[in-house]
Write a protein that binds this ligand. Structure first.
Ligand SMILES: [Zn+2]
Length: 468
């Protein structure tokens, strides 16, 4: 069955069918067939099976994080007989532990059927009137929407741009798609969760409104940009690519150690698009084009390819040859906009930026703790004894964020770009004041051109990626 699984994924055609996607999703599960009461199944870090006696850790294979048994999965699915296939898919999805995570977080269960009702909190509605503000407090919005910021925000933006009407999107399918997208983020991740996706989507909206983009982007570009932002980290496990590789996770093998997470986010998004049939009314070529371009945008968020995108951007700006009348150039600008949106936390006002910094460092340190516990090499920036929030942030800002936003400001020299650079400078100064030592070592790095451009950046990019 394992052979069959891989065969189905690596089949000659690049367009895979729904059945194959289901295989991918089923394949991610560690499942104990002896536990007849299993209800929810999760992937990766702490693979557990929920049973009547609560959450129990599952140990399978040579490593606790290599918890995949395709044979068991398939036999279980096939022997289910009377259970509808749709329900099986639900149970086997990575992140269909929504109810449990919501309960664990203390948020009351919200019936998804009512999620888009007009009578939701008035304060959230008020906030949406300023959804284009760079000071938009996504944390507050998430609380006001009872943990449904991604659904509300994305729906509101699609509606605001007139995309629902223009693309004749079925409201029931759209609602279902957005709810499933939100569910497939892991809310127990301190950073890579649905609130981060909502934040990136809001930032994307701010960039789409910038004059250069607003004047040239088509409705199709805007639809893609918003969907890519909302789904760009779908089903993120809360650990980075090096972790998946060193623990021999099946996703690393599946994607040959290349953009492992980004490929998975993209395939997961396509899976939900097909499952909900959101674009089934469009000609096949159009929906395939949406899937392909969505992939190209999401894959651009792989921070280990940052230098490649940045040099292309820089060259275009130096030669002043970006022509937004060309679809390929517009697509490239969308990629850059999404990349900026993805790592814009240090460019937000301090009160918001600081919260994101704490969350991402918590996620890094959690990974480091797992590595320590299992005697694996601790990934850079993940060792809580060797790093601090300030040191991680100062390095990230210096070697990753500043170079990107400096180029973005060259491309789009607007008040927003200046505001973002202003916050970036202030936030860096605040972290430096909190930890002068970290800022000192960062400046040392800058004084040595070779190190500044090579060692620290590559280390930050490949290992400590805030966005990997
Ligand atoms: Zn992200």
């Amino acid at each position: 069955m394992r052979f069959k699984f891989f065969f189905s994924l690596w089949s000659v055609t690049s367009s895979w069918c729904i059945k194959k996607i289901c295989n991918v999703r089923r394949g991610a599960i560690s499942y104990d067939s002896s536990d007849q009461t299993a209800l929810y199944i999760r992937m990766l870090g702490d693979v557990r099976v929920r049973s009547q006696v609560g959450f129990e850790p599952e140990r399978r294979g040579s490593h606790p994080y290599l918890g995949v048994d395709f044979r068991t999965l398939h036999s279980r699915a096939e022997s289910a007989g009377s259970i509808p296939a749709r329900r099986i898919r639900r149970l086997f999805s990575f992140q269909r532990h929504l109810l449990s995570s919501r309960l664990l977080r203390g948020a009351p269960h919200l019936n998804p059927l009512h999620i888009l009702d007009e009578d939701y909190c008035g304060q959230a509605k008020c906030m949406l009137e300023k959804v284009g503000s760079w000071n938009f407090d996504i944390f507050l919005f998430d609380r006001l929407t009872n943990g449904n910021s991604l659904v509300f925000l994305t729906f509101n933006l699609l509606n605001q741009y007139g995309l629902i009407e223009l693309f004749q999107l079925d409201m029931v399918k759209l609602r279902r798609f957005l709810v499933l997208v939100q569910e497939d983020y892991h809310n127990q991740n301190p950073y890579h969760n649905a609130v981060h996706a909502a934040d990136v989507t809001q930032a994307m909206h701010c960039y789409l409104r910038e004059p250069k983009l607003a004047q040239s982007l088509t409705s199709f570009d805007i639809l893609l940009g918003l969907l890519a932002a909302a789904t760009h980290d779908l089903d993120h496990p809360g650990v980075n690519q090096p972790f998946l590789i060193k623990t021999n996770h099946y996703l690393a093998a599946l994607y040959r150690n290349t953009s492992v997470l980004e490929n998975h986010h993209w395939r997961s998004a396509v899976g939900l698009l097909r499952e909900t049939e959101l674009f089934s009314h469009l000609p096949v070529e159009d929906s395939l084009s949406i899937e392909r371009q969505l992939g190209s945008l999401i894959l651009a968020t792989d921070i280990s390819r940052q230098n490649e995108y940045l040099s292309r951007f820089r060259t275009h700006l130096d030669e002043n040859d970006l022509c937004l009348g060309h679809a390929s150039h517009r697509h490239f600008v969308l990629q850059m906009a999404l990349k900026c949106a993805d790592i814009c936390n240090p460019c937000r006002p301090w009160e918001l930026s600081k919260q994101w910094s704490e969350k991402v460092t918590e996620e890094f340190f959690h990974q480091g703790d797992i590595e320590k516990k299992h005697k694996l090499e601790i990934s850079p920036l993940c060792d809580s004894e060797a790093n601090t929030i300030a040191s991680v942030q100062i390095g990230f800002m210096t070697y990753v964020v500043e170079p990107l936003f400096a180029e973005w400001a060259r491309f789009s020299d607007t008040r927003l770009s200046q505001t973002m650079l202003g916050h970036l400078g202030l936030n860096k100064a605040s972290w430096s004041a909190l930890e002068p030592e970290a800022s000192g070592s960062s400046e040392e790095g800058e004084s040595e051109p070779g190190r500044a451009t090579e060692e620290p950046s590559s280390r930050a990019l490949s290992q400590g990626s805030q966005e990997s």
